[in-house]
Design a protein around this ligand. Sequence first.
Ligand SMILES: Nc1ncnc2c1ncn2[C@@H]1O[C@H](COP(=O)(O)OP(=O)(O)OP(=O)(O)O)[C@@H](O)[C@H]1O
Length: 592
Amino acid sequence: MSTYRALIPFALKNKWVYLLGVFSLLAVDALQLIIPEILRRLTDGLQTGSLGHQQLLSYSLLIVLIGLFIMVFRFFWRILIINASRRLEYELRNQLFDHLLSLSPSYYSRKKTGDLMAHATNDIMAVRMAASAGVITLTDALFLNIAAITMMMLTTDVRLTLIALIPMPILAFSIYLFGDAINHRFKKVQRSFSMLTEKVQENISGIRVIKSFAREDIEMQRFHEANQDVFQNNMKLALLFGTFHPAIQFISGISFVVTLLYGTRLVLYQTITLGDFVAFNAYLISLVWSVPVIGFVINILQRGAASLSRINEVLAVEPDIKQASTPISLRAMSGAFSFHQVSFRYPGSETEALKDFSVSVSPGESLGIMGKTGSGKSTVPTLLLRLYDVDDGHVSIDGHPIKALSLNDLRNQVGYVEQNSFIFSATIADNIAFGTDTISLETIEQAAEKAGLHSDICRFPKQYHTIVGERGVTLSGGQKQRLAIARALVKNPALLIFDDALSAVDTQTEKQILDSLKETITNTTTLIIAHRVSTLQQCQRILVLEEGQIIESGTHEQLLQLNGYYARQHRRQQLEEELSSGERSATHEYLS
Ligand SMILES: Nc1ncnc2c1ncn2[C@@H]1O[C@H](COP(=O)(O)OP(=O)(O)OP(=O)(O)O)[C@@H](O)[C@H]1O
């Protein structure tokens, strides 16, 4: 239960809501306990013949009045406690989401999306249940238990009360046993449900791959298996609950039998009145209801505690990348950067992605990087954005160590275009304006024009207000890349990074885009990563990477003279270009 300590600040903040809610609940319970007293008097009055018409009317009116008060107080406790628990859910979900966004990419590579989704949905729901149903029912049941037993002893008979309580320890023990088994089952349901969520999420995200490989049947089969698992676990849980309820009712029923046997004797020997017996039974109903409920509450609280401890675990994860306590604010960055003897290995990876890597880029300079796949190219921008921290060496921006800079200032001034940038399910304009707070449609259009996307957008039905599907499914690969370029340009960044950002457009379109970006590239510090020589040849300096190390460095001409990897790529790509243009003209001739 120490897990719940994490909720103390919240409970203290909302103490009046909780206190008023619990007070209203206890008022309902206290009012309910008056009813057996009325029944006692009515029965005794009837038996002795002393019950007059006027008295009957008064008792009836009293019952109606109690009913009215119960209605009002019930309304209040429900509103107050449900409000507090929904507020807890709201705050906890916000806290969890904010924390998740603060965590570094390495955390996400370790965690399953399905688990994170389950924390944000099922776990938070279980905590809310504990903070509402748990709190309410526990208070309710404890109060009713104590009050009913006290009333039974004080107003009827101590011995009869003790006899009626005989099955209660058996009841409590059975509840304890069932509670444990139910908890165990519930965990299994949660786990299988998390797997199912993961499956749905993966299948929706990977629908294109599934279709193109015609794996629908296999995926359906796998989904059905995961769904079957959820079904079976739920059925096992239902079976337990199904056994639990009748068993509890049977054991509680024994209380009524012993009360009947001994109580009627007491009435016959006139130790207690018939009214006492009726009132006693009414109290017993409350008691028999409230004992098993305590078992349920323990369950709800245990489930809530298990869920809260999972949430607390996530909340306790410290982001790998932390801003310095007094960060350097860099509002007007020049974009100059340098890597000094940097070595870096991704968490959990055996090999170094960059080895003793050094480069220094001045403001306004354009640097190109080429290299085989997996040679460490994309690791350079990853470190420049401080998505990871280096193991050895230093990375600096504008002469400041990157670790000393304000993270927001750094990332706000870097325009980063990935090969597969994420497209949100929003309008094209909103997607382009993503990295900025307030921006005019005119500026968005200018950025799209530079990125060579404007004419494509003009052909869409609602132009800039066209909503692109989740992950931009209504856009082609090249359009998505150009949208990502426009998104980076609109920020007017000090450092522009293209990471394989033109790989999905043809060389002709690439040339047009690079031509329209010429002015931007001349005025901005630029890092271009590409496999094509045509993308890189305008760069003032080009590096060739192999296994995380620089193997060639120089201008386009210098690298051609060097006659190494770059020159070989150049010859091969030229040949490919000539071949494909030859093919194009042959097809053209053939058709005409
Ligand atoms: N998140 C990661 N976790 C572990 N290893 C990684 C991660 N990202 C990249 N790597 C590894 O680091 C090395 C360099 O990767 P990097 O992405 O920088 O290569 P690249 O040259 O950009 O490749 P490509 O041209 O295919 O994009 C590779 O061996 C890769 O497997």
